[in-house]
Each structure stands twice: as structure tokens, then as C-alpha cells.
Design a binder for this molecule. Sequence first.
Ligand SMILES: O=C(CO)[C@H](O)[C@H](O)COP(=O)(O)O
Length: 220
Amino acid sequence: MSEAKRLAGEKAIDYVEDGMIVGVGTGSTVAYFIDALARIQHRIRGTVSSSEQSTQRLRAHGIEVLDLNSTGPLSLYVDGADECDPKKCLIKGGGAALTREKIIAEASEKFICIIDPAKRVDVLGRFPLPVEVIPMARSLVARRIVALTGAQPVWRQGADERGVVTDNGNAILDIHGLAITDPVALEAALNQIPGVVSVGLFARRAADVVIVGGEPPQVF
Ligand SMILES: O=C(CO)[C@H](O)[C@H](O)COP(=O)(O)O
């Protein structure tokens, strides 16, 4: 499977143009993209990173990481996903970086999603849907999710009693047992719950192009 991820990550380099500032997502597929980007780094002006993990990898290659507040809109964002439906709506956040990923996707003109074939689904929801929440609102948000969806939110566990702590200092609830027939409506409804920071559904702002790793990669 990592071969498919590598092929998807390397194919995304085709979309990088000279002088661009490139938005960079998070995860093992993106790691291949970063490694390929390192080989052409002299052609770009820098990157904006969606996580501490990606920032470390970018800097290890000597690639400049810029503050989104100083770059203005980005031309290109490249990121992975946990699931992708035929309309290019995504579930993301398996790596707990969903909020910064959503911010950069929103700031970018073109969002290229890089996945291996196992991520393609007809209906989103087999992968538990991540929701980033303010820690004090965790139980409240969980109750509201049950009332809204009937599905089961599970607090993502981490190294200690605080559970997983995101780069923004928040907690993650993973919603199990959803079959998401209307991703735009569910994203909007979950975003209304006080204490929700962001939802790992990328439906209002879906991907523009999806690259599925393979020999050759498929693009849709
Ligand atoms: O959303 C993400 C991180 O928050 C990742 O893009 C998603 O989890 C896919 O990761 P991988 O490429 O390792 O399969």
C-alpha cells in the first residue's frame, strides 16, 4: 500500500508550478509528496504546513515553512484523506490535523487530494469521522452528536489521561457508525454545535482533483 501512496505523492508534483507557495497536508502519503517536493524546492517560494509533523519533515529537507498570515491566498494545496467519495468529498483527520488542514484548503485555489485505492468509497462513513473539540466541551459535544446522528462518538485516546491532544491543544471525538448520505448537510450541522472547532468532513470545500496511486496513477 505504501507503494500506491508513493506513486500518488510523486504524481502531485506535476501540479507544482515555478514560484508557488505550496500548502502541505499531513500523513504518510503527504510524506512522499514532501520528499518529492524536496527535489524541486529551488523552483518554489516556500510552503505552508498543516501540522508540526509536516513542518519537521519540510524543515529537515531545508524547505521553507511560511506563516499563512503572511502569504495571502495559496495557489495549491496537496493533502491525503482517510476516505474519498465519487464527488471528491472527503473524510480527513485520521492524523488529528483536520483544523489546520481545513484552514489551508479554504485558503487555496486548488486542492489536490492524494490517496491509495483503499480510500475510495461510494458512501463516506466507514472510517470514523473525526471532530476536533474544545476540551471542556467534549462530553457536551458527544451528547449532541448522539442526538443529531444516532451514531457513537468515541474520545480518541493518547499517551496519557488527556487523550490525543491536537496541535491546537484540543481533543478529538471519532464518530463511529455513520453512513453519510448528505455530507454537506452533516458538515454544516456538526459545525453548529458549540465547542466544535472543526469537522473532518471536507464537503463544502471538497477536493478539486483526486490522484489515486497506482501504475499509472488515476486522476479524477
Ligand atoms: O487527514 C489526515 C491527517 O489529519 C491525513 O491526510 C489522512 O489521515 C490520511 O493519512 P495517510 O496518508 O497516512 O493515509
